[in-house]
Design a protein around this ligand. Sequence first.
Ligand code: ACO
Length: 363
Amino acid sequence: MAAVITGWGKCVPPGILTNEDIAGFMDTSDEWIRTRTGIHERRISHVDMSELAYVASCRAIAAAGLEAGDIDGIILTSASPEIIIPNAASRLQERLGVRGIGAMDINSGCCGFVYSMAVAHGLIATGTHKRILVAGAERLSFFIDWTQRDSAVLFGDGAGAAVVEAGPEDEGLLAAELGCESEAGSALMIPNFGSGMDRWGPDAGRLVLQFDGQEIFKRAVRAMCSLSEAALDVAGLSLKDVDLIIPHQANLRIIESVGKRLGFADRADQVFVNLQKYGNTSAASIPLALTEALEQGKVKPGALILFPAFGAGLTRAAMVMRWGQRVDPINTSPVELPPCELSARELIQTSLDFCREGIEAVR
Ligand code: ACO
């Protein structure tokens, strides 16, 4: 039994933080950010991560022609839950108004959606589940140090979701390769957040984002290529069979390097990119990109799609999926985020004051 995506949806908060906005309070420029990353703007959320996940999930469930009560399992992948106990998937379940079904979190950084799809596939293949909701959502703006220009310009908030159902053997998820380069985990780490943190020390509340962009860049290109080839190999397919690549959206230069190494330099239109609008939304990036690829008609019936990813961990992953015949949603959902009176720039002001001047500035 294969795991087939039958519904898809996204949710991006309305607040847009442009490169120019950031250049207004930090030593950077629109030109630097565009040329080094490909990012033009990102979203800043006024609601919790699980609310972004909820709206994307309602849209995915409607697209599958289902009701929330038809779902028999929830997987929520995120590195930015608003609460640790209980898990965020239970908060999503409550918002959806469903009762009793299993709800689990997966935290695997930017590879979270591919990891989660592999788990959903396993649950469906064993016959214990029939319709699993897989949501990827992030409110990464919570973690950003607005004085750290190398990382602050990269990330954004958003959500994407998919309904995964049992389908024919030759459709859906054909292969998934998962890995982790834990020896280099400190290249992207927030070491002072979690049950190991110093709750009472002088730096309590000040999150430290350890970030080595160049190390991540090199490893990302290498791993996304090798796992893509490995996943295709397992599926008995090759790169020439691939109709569309939907990569994790971290940096346009990473995506271009991966595309070039995989032989897509002359087929750039077959490599989907939307990071210019959202930056790196980590676990949300692939389901958000998949939804937009479908909305833009880039996913053709029967297409072979490759999804390479790399992220905090440092996790690496790639999956190969054969799309079914339906590329249009069955229904749409009326659910929307609550409106927000504040601009994205206003939404980050308190965090910016705190990052610059410490706790006294925001008391
Ligand atoms: N504005 C202006 N200058 C900047 C900025 C900025 N926002 N950030 C860094 N610089 C400066 C640096 O200080 C450095 O100046 P120096 O030469 O005087 O020291 C210069 O620009 C070059 O810095 P590099 O780090 O060499 O820049 P690089 O071209 O490697 O790009 C970047 C940096 C964009 C972070 C890149 O390495 C990258 O995208 N890496 C991937 C990281 C990532 O996306 N991680 C997310 C999670 S993992 C994942 O999703 C794959």
